[in-house]
Design a protein around this ligand. Structure first.
Ligand code: PHE
Length: 352
């Protein structure tokens, strides 16, 4: 853990242990150069504390680049609640209250919203204890609600740009897309793709998600252990991170990877191995910025949902087009190109 703390390039790491829920609360503030640190709250069980801290740190850095690339005046941060597998509903609720109190004590150093494992209803509870620092509450409480449809819109746009780059046509019709994760983002994306006539397959391990995607959306199910080798045009990671790694890269049977999960690459250099295999990668923090932009701007700047949708479409289109061009011209991976773009924005904004 000492090394994790010493080797991190972020600004601050806040830890609090909540004994009644046997949960460690980790708030990672990566950068406040562009504005207050803002990022979702993830609730998840990890093998150990080190893994959870590392995840929080990497996710927080991802938010720094996401906001920078999107041109938002926000900084990068993320919270991870490392819950035990047997957390009860009562414990969970008390934990959300304690967590809200901790966020409130930071006095605006950290603003938060939903992420993997937390819902609009959870944000409503957290928000009672940190009312000024919460995004994504229910509309009845003044929030902008679920960010997933906006996240899906950004990913969909990234798929269009990718299709144009690969086939010189934006039509996703007749495309075969495998979505890993049929949760809120994955299922919203699936609906959009089905509407334009794409063939959509999905994979998940959660029974509710499997039932919803198969029965309500009519998608074909792919077992989790076959998901990487299933032939498709686009593989769309919409669940956990780290799924592009040395084990999976030889197995992919797709032309491109475009999805919503954060930190899809296990290590930055894995982007190079993907490129060597001829698989085009839409960098995660470029493709998945939609939810974060929409929810924060609708709530903090009074944007309409329509305006948010327009901005997301143009931001993803412009950024990704530029990244694909830069990657070709400079012979670098698309992940490196995205990093360059974000760092350029950070440097220019922080000096202006
Ligand atoms: N979970 C969102 C993301 O990773 C973060 C977020 C959503 C932040 C909504 C603020 C509001 O992009």
């Amino acid at each position: 853990m000492e090394n994790l703390i010493k080797n991190w390039d972020g600004e601050r790491l806040v830890l609090a242990y909540d004994q009644p829920a046997n949960t460690t609360i980790i708030i990672a503030i990566h950068s406040t150069v562009l504005g207050p640190a803002t990022g979702g709250t993830r609730m998840k069980t990890y093998a150990n504390l080190n893994e959870a801290i590392l995840d929080a740190q990497r996710l927080a850095a991802g938010m720094t680049y996401k906001w920078a690339a999107a041109g938002s005046h926000r900084g990068g941060g993320k919270a991870v609640l490392l819950i035990p597998p047997d957390l009860t509903i009562m414990q969970r609720e008390a934990l959300l209250i304690r967590y809200g109190t901790e966020v409130n004590k930071l006095n605006g150093l950290f603003y938060t919203g939903p992420d993997l494992g937390t819902s609009t209803a959870d944000l409503d509870i957290i928000g009672q204890f940190a009312p000024k620092y919460i995004f994504g509450r229910s509309p009845s409480l003044g929030g902008a609600g679920d960010p997933a449809p906006f996240t899906a819109l950004g990913i969909y746009t990234a798929m269009e740009v990718t299709a144009e780059h690969l086939y010189a046509e934006p039509l996703l019709q007749n495309w075969r897309i495998v979505i890993q994760g049929g949760g809120s983002v994955g299922s919203n994306l699936a609906k959009m793709l089905c509407n334009v006539g794409a063939e959509v397959l999905f994979s998940d391990i959660d029974e509710n998600a499997i039932r919803y995607c198969s029965e309500e959306l009519g998608l074909a199910f792919v077992p989790a252990d076959e998901v990487y080798e299933t032939r498709c045009d686009i593989f769309a990671p919409c669940a956990i991170g780290g799924i592009i790694n040395q084990q999976t890269i030889p197995r992919f049977n797709c032309k491109a990877i475009v999805g919503g999960a954060n930190n899809q690459l296990a290590r930055p250099q894995d982007a190079g191995s993907l490129r060597d295999r001829g698989i085009l990668y839409a960098p995660d923090f470029i493709a998945n910025c939609g939810g974060a932009i929409a929810i924060t701007e609708i709530e903090a700047a009074g944007w309409t949902a329509e305006k948010a949708a327009e901005v997301i479409k143009s931001a993803v289109r412009e950024n990704l087009t530029q990244i694909y061009e830069l990657s070709t011209q400079q012979h670098i991976s698309t992940a490196q190109a995205a990093q360059l773009l974000a760092e350029m924005r950070l440097a220019s904004e922080s000096s202006s």
